[in-house]
Write a protein that binds this ligand. Structure first.
Ligand SMILES: Cc1cc2nc3c(=O)[nH]c(=O)nc-3n(C[C@H](O)[C@H](O)[C@H](O)COP(=O)(O)OP(=O)(O)OC[C@H]3O[C@@H](n4cnc5c(N)ncnc54)[C@H](O)[C@@H]3O)c2cc1C
Length: 399
């Protein structure tokens, strides 16, 4: 038996014994764990699963052991994912800590910063939020105006961010701030992190079309940030910030690919689409020919997307994502929206239930998810912006 085969056998045995039963079922809204103490999963087994996986370093399997990971090779990581898929295991931990700021700190953090933040992220103790967008600086992110004034050993930050996902539940924020107002706009930006409990930080939730409030407006009023919280060099935050966006986009794309790898597995209906079509169709099995063809197209898109992602991972020379993640982010956003549109069409009027006994819980939650998913081609950079990046950075087309 090769080492990799032995690793697979050990992994399988451990997962069989340690993955709690409810963690082998489809994700349910409110049961995922994003880290931190302010927002709790409603399922206690989610914490048992988190604790067991974190103890093995498997919440962040490829991170070095000294930072809370397991130091797995790419090959071992693929085996682990494979075995998790085999038992339909839910991810033990999600959120911006493991998918965005963690990988960025691994690349740009000092040793002290890594030791301060990474093990806590790996254990799911800290929830993070992203302070990038501002009113007037979304696609044109480098136009941001929040200003961190240099006061010797610390900065004093004033300004406001918008669309900050989970800010009202976050423990820490990673944030792009202006530190030089006279430099060209990309060159006067720094990347800082700070506690959301710092004096002068406040949040105001914004309601979304689905009735939830996934994001906030965030205000900074003379917030003191120690200089030790600067990630990378002063005024070079644009480089760090862009890198983090690549991690964000690859994370967003991963949501659609691995059936068990993220909260967007919520888009999967309880029944396979073909069966759903039969259940909802008046003429069972007949359906509407155009709808049936669309369902096949969507399934083909999903399968080719998963295979292309797997190929890209296998062929990648570096372990970290590049500009091509914009392709995955773009395709994923369109796939998720198309999939939910199709579910709505299959369910007909039953698909637009907002509340009430005439609708099942699944019909209501899918209707809200369909509305929520409208935002997926905007969050993390809009589709148009992804197409610009693909044109310039992947295809090398002129500006
Ligand atoms: C659900 C959700 C969660 C989010 N979470 C966060 C978060 O946690 N933290 C954070 O900082 N931000 C977050 N955002 C903000 C998100 O990054 C921005 O909304 C996004 O970058 C677009 O910026 P904008 O809203 O200012 O739109 P604008 O930049 O004003 O764009 C408006 C329209 O113009 C188009 N457009 C703009 N520039 C160009 C161009 N050069 N070429 C072609 N078309 C263009 C856009 O595609 C879009 O259709 C979130 C957004 C959503 C929807």
């Amino acid at each position: 038996m090769t080492d990799l085969q032995q690793f697979r056998a050990d992994t399988r045995a451990w997962l069989d014994e340690n993955c709690p039963p409810s963690m082998r079922t489809r994700m349910v809204a409110g049961e995922d764990v994003g880290g931190g103490s302010k927002r709790r999963s409603s399922n206690p087994e989610a914490y048992l699963w988190l604790e067991r996986m974190a103890a093995r370093g498997w919440t962040v399997p490829t991170w070095p052991q000294e930072y809370g990971g397991a130091g797995l090779s790419k090959e071992e990581f693929v085996v682990l994912l494979d075995e998790l898929q085999r038992i339909q295991a839910r991810p033990p931990l999600g959120g911006m800590g493991v998918s965005m700021i963690g990988p960025t700190l691994l690349e740009y953090g000092t040793e002290e910063q890594k030791l301060e933040h990474l093990p806590a992220i790996a254990r799911g103790e800290v929830a993070w939020c992203q302070g990038y967008s501002e009113p007037g600086a979304g696609s044109d992110l480098a136009g941001l105006q929040s200003y961190a004034e240099d006061q010797g050993d610390h900065f004093v930050l004033n300004g406001a961010k918008i669309w900050t996902s989970g800010a009202n539940y976050a423990d820490w924020m990673f944030c792009l701030v202006r530190t030089d107002r006279d430099a060209p706009k990309h060159e006067g930006i720094s990347f800082v992190v700070f506690s959301m409990d710092s004096a002068g930080v406040s949040t105001r939730p914004i309601e979304m079309i689905n009735g939830g409030s996934p994001f906030c407006q965030t205000f900074f009023d003379n917030v003191r940030i120690p200089k030790t919280n600067l990630i990378g060099k002063l005024n070079k935050g644009w480089t760090v910030g862009k890198r983090l966006l690549q991690h964000e986009r690859s994370g967003l794309a991963a949501l659609a690919s691995a059936d068990t790898a993220g909260p967007m597995q919520r888009i999967k209906p309880a029944l396979p689409m073909a069966q759903m079509l039969q259940q909802y169709s008046q003429e069972a099995g007949q359906g509407d020919a155009r709808l049936r063809r669309d369902l096949i197209d969507i399934e083909m898109l999903r399968r080719s997307f998963v295979l292309t992602q797997q190929r890209a991972v296998a062929e990648a020379e570096a372990d970290t994502p590049g500009a091509a993640t914009s392709i995955f982010k773009y395709v994923e956003a369109n796939y998720v929206k198309a999939q939910l549109e199709a579910q709505l069409r299959v369910r007909g009027t039953q698909g637009v239930g907002w509340q009430g006994e005439a609708f099942t819980d699944e019909e209501i939650s899918m209707c809200r998810l369909w509305l929520e998913a409208k935002s997926i081609s905007i969050a993390g950079g809009s589709n148009e912006v992804q197409l610009n990046i693909i044109a310039k950075r992947v295809l090398g087309l002129p500006d």
